[in-house]
Design a protein around this ligand. Structure first.
Ligand code: AMP
Length: 222
């Protein structure tokens, strides 16, 4: 399936992009948070957009969402299928040509971004959407799920960057922290649903345009 022919916004409702580790990490609280978030996304009638792997926190969130009857959209580059998927590729997954396309397709098909504990990949994904926000390419809310203080050093780093004059204080305001899944889900529930389907979010290629698509207009969160 290609990004161009996958019209996934028809289902409606909030689409939540979850960036998280392809590993489980040491603290069982992180796996528990991933499962809890997947479950809550499904129970709320939202859609989970994720990296399509069935490993680590990523796999746990998606499995929990599916088991709770939720909708998912996985996006994985072809060269990672062997590494991040043990099972077959589900029908609700898009296979992209490369990592950049993956990130963009995940982003374009989401209304909000949540970053769970993870490694360099999750950091890359976080900074990409944060810097897109910083330069005004979008207004989608970005949440850090700071379970057990996992992201404290990252917030410290962002504060340091601001204090040392390398970013405006507004940078900090682009990130909303939640230290538990119920609080995060409650905040997500306050976001206004996006515009009806067919307004452009499902577009996979936006060369030469900003990411400020039609679906942005309905936002009242953040
Ligand atoms: P990690 O947090 O390192 O476990 O990685 C989490 C996810 O991010 C995995 O699915 C990685 O394939 C993905 N990832 C790693 N680097 C990148 C990148 N440059 N662009 C998009 N995804 C990435």
């Amino acid at each position: 399936m290609t990004p161009e022919n996958h019209s996934c916004a028809q289902a409606g409702g909030l689409s939540v992009c979850v960036f998280c580790g392809a590993r489980s990490g040491r603290n069982p609280a992180w796996m528990a948070a991933a499962e809890s978030l997947g479950h809550r996304i499904a129970r709320a009638g939202w859609r989970l957009v994720y990296g399509a792997g069935d490993v680590g926190l990523m796999g746990a969130a998606a499995t929990a969402a599916r088991q709770a009857g939720g909708r998912t959209l996985g996006v994985i580059p072809a060269h990672l299928v062997g590494r991040e998927r043990r099972g077959r590729i589900p029908a609700d997954c898009i296979v992209t040509d490369n990592m950049h396309e993956r990130k963009k397709v995940m982003f374009m098909n989401s209304d909000a971004i949540v970053v769970l504990p993870g490694g360099a990949g999750s950091l890359d994904e976080f900074f990409e959407v944060l810097t897109w926000r910083q330069i005004g390419l979008h207004e989608k809310p970005i949440f850090l799920l700071n379970v057990a203080g996992y992201w404290d050093p990252l917030i410290g780093l962002i504060d340091h960057v601001i204090e040392e004059g390398f970013a405006d204080p507004s940078l900090r305001g682009f990130v909303t922290m939640s230290d538990n899944v119920p609080a995060l889900a409650a905040t997500l529930a306050t976001l206004q649903p996006p515009l009806p389907s067919g307004t452009g979010r499902e577009h996979g290629k936006h060369e030469g345009q900003t990411f400020r698509g039609e679906r942005q207009k309905g936002w009242q969160g953040q």
